[in-house]
Design a protein around this ligand. Structure first.
Ligand SMILES: [Zn+2]
Length: 344
């Protein structure tokens, strides 16, 4: 039987398993989801991943003898290749864990042979899968931006490989400075969880910065319900996405601002990376959370804002597309990365 490549996407709470065949096509439509046994420690996490792969293989009539490689997507930051640093959602004891070495050993033990393993940044691996679909058979490079609680970013070259950098921190572009003068921002730059004080793009484009944007814009809407609401700043901010779907003028103004900030970021990155396709993912592109009109408006504003800053050929060619795989992209991308044998 043809060989397959397994993708394991481990967040702090959920692990997803997927696989692709030798042509890069997914082996199954769905991914298998299991809890990540983070609270039980590193050995339990590895055991859980192996058991989940066992189950995935059995479900799809495959065996370990078919597995030609494995990819693991895991959140950063990292101390070095496959070694976790202190990560926001994992217990502190996981810092310094050589997950590459331990998972490689466990895979070999279960399969009875070495299984080549690649480890990567979950956002970059998600980008591999989305880029594969977006470019079709073409040879275009893809910039992916995923505004969520933070700003996930990836750049996938025309061969399908992500830009990882030396410590897998490549493309952490959410923490690059935003051109605040072009956003009409005259106050101090917004703070960012990373500690940088230069006005990180993430603060102007994601949930992380929403409470600040709301505080900034609310005085312009004195009759708005949120002006007198007793809800916490976080609750108010989290209500904005739903309000925007109903045409709430304050919420729409805030997301329009975020889209323009994102458009400037796209243009800024285009000066360095020159992508043919920009994919926007994250919760704002989630079909269950936003309306087609909201998504179209956001993508249009990103494109319109970027345009004046691009080179003429880029203006003609650049496509701005929504992501389509949602939260399955990282497991599929991990399997695709295993197929490339990509090592950061
Ligand atoms: Zn930052």
């Amino acid at each position: 039987m043809a060989k397959i490549y397994i993708g394991t996407d481990s967040g702090a709470t959920t692990t997803k398993i997927s696989a692709v065949d030798e042509t890069g096509a997914p082996v199954a439509r769905d991914v298998l989801q299991k809890p990540t046994r983070t609270a039980e420690g590193q050995s339990a996490v590895i055991e859980g991943w192996i058991a989940a792969i066992d189950e995935f293989l059995a479900t799809h009539g495959r065996s370990w003898a078919d597995v030609a490689g494995a990819g693991l997507a895991i959140p950063g930051p990292y101390l070095s290749y496959g070694v976790m640093d202190r990560s926001a959602n994992f217990p502190p004891v996981f810092a310094g864990w050589n997950v590459f070495a331990d998972f490689s050993r466990a895979l070999a033990g279960r399969a009875g042979q070495e299984i080549p393993l690649v480890v990567g940044n979950d956002g970059n691996f998600g980008g591999i899968a989305e880029a594969h679909g977006a470019r079709g058979g073409g040879k275009m490079s893809v910039l992916m931006l995923m505004p969520g609680s933070g700003l996930g970013c990836a750049f996938i070259d025309a061969e399908g490989r992500p830009l990882d950098g030396d410590t897998l921190a490549g493309m952490e572009s959410g923490h690059a400075p935003a051109p605040l003068h072009l956003l009409g921002w005259t106050k101090k730059p917004l703070p960012c969880g990373c500690g940088r004080d230069w006005g990180c793009v993430e603060a102007y484009t994601t949930i992380a910065g929403l409470p600040h944007l709301l505080e900034e814009m609310l005085p312009g809407f004195p009759d708005h319900e949120l002006a007198t609401s007793a809800a916490s700043a976080k609750e108010k901010a989290l209500s904005l996405r739903t309000r925007a779907q109903q045409g709430d003028p304050l919420a729409c103004a805030i997301f329009d601002f975020q889209a323009r900030a994102m458009g400037l970021h796209v243009a800024s990155l285009a000066m360095t990376l020159d992508p043919g396709i920009v994919i926007i993912g994250g919760g704002l592109m989630d079909h269950e959370a936003t309306t087609p009109a909201f998504r179209e408006n956001y993508l249009r504003l990103v494109r319109e804002t970027a345009m004046p800053y691009l080179w003429p050929k880029q203006r003609e060619n650049l496509k701005v597309l929504p992501a389509v795989l949602g939260d399955l992209s990282q497991a599929i991308g991990a399997a695709m990365a295993a197929r490339f044998g990509h090592r950061g």
